[in-house]
Design a protein around this ligand. Sequence first.
Ligand code: ATP
Ligand code: FE
Length: 343
Amino acid sequence: MVILGIDTSCDDTGVGLVEDGVVRANVVASQTALHAPFGGVMPEQASREHLAVIGSVVDRALAEAGLGLEAVGAVAATYGPGLVGALLVGLSYAKALAWARGVPFIPVHHLEGHIASALGAPDSARGRAEPPFLCLIASGGHTSLFEVRAWGEIRELGRTRDDAAGEAFDKAARLLGLGYPGGRALSQLAETGDPEAFPFPLPLKGQAGFDFSFSGLKTAVARLVAASPDLNKADLAASFERVVVESLVSTALRAADATGHTTLVVAGGVAANRRLRERLQDTPLRVHVPPLSLATDNGAMIALAAHARLKSGFRPTSASLEADAVPYVPLSETSWREAAVPA
Ligand code: ATP
Ligand code: FE
């Protein structure tokens, strides 16, 4: 079956098509240039832009897959968490499309989509990442570690107590004058720096749980820049990156030890970070990192999550057309297993 997936949770209009679990198209219209002058996402502008482009992004995805609307057997969309006005555009479009075509509608939690991104990129050596596995999501808005026992059985082990990892990268980049969003620029600058030059401590060192914290590190960078504006920025970038990566990797390794899982899926924009990828290769874990097109916000991951649900017994009802956009909802509250009607 062909599933059309839509994500408009933040500043990207993403539409993907997945057929029997295989990604046939994945088109993302990025709004980065629109928001860059403001140094962050302007929510109202984001909603308007989603509204302006969503129809054409759907058309482009269908054209990329060489399919017509009549081929679509189900429609899925992100209902939350995210910017509520932005979410409403994709959700309303998807519900109307499903209703008009008489096909099922499947509301998907944004983080369930990120977790499912691993399913769209089978690794030639390691095959497809199937549960059970651990999943680290590190993006601009989220940093969490999940235990995925099966689809519909997902437990959050820990999350950031303050900034997300990508947000910390962006804030540190701004302090170093690298523009917005500066995560990538900061990691490029870090390549030429000494990661040991600044001995930042590991955040939450010694904690029993699996939480993260990055705002103290960001403040340390801010203080250093304010105290000596002509310090070596490459060294500072490299030292900052070392600590963020070490925090992500050491927490994932402890979680693997505690739970016995040996596979780790990494999703979200920070998965693009080279140091993180290299550091993960040094661990005993089987690591799956989807390509960037699936790791950052996109529609294909939402269709992949819907596919995974259907495969594990979820049956959408017409009640799903009443799903509302929700700005904040933990993934653990979305368990659909109890509500699932046996096939
Ligand atoms: P969310 O998905 O949580 O709503 P988002 O849409 O901002 O947030 P993504 O698109 O998944 O998140 O990722 C963007 C983030 O990834 C930005 O914060 C960006 O700085 C960061 N990022 C991208 N490339 C790199 C890199 N090479 N190193 C570190 N961070 C990076
Ligand atoms: Fe996201």
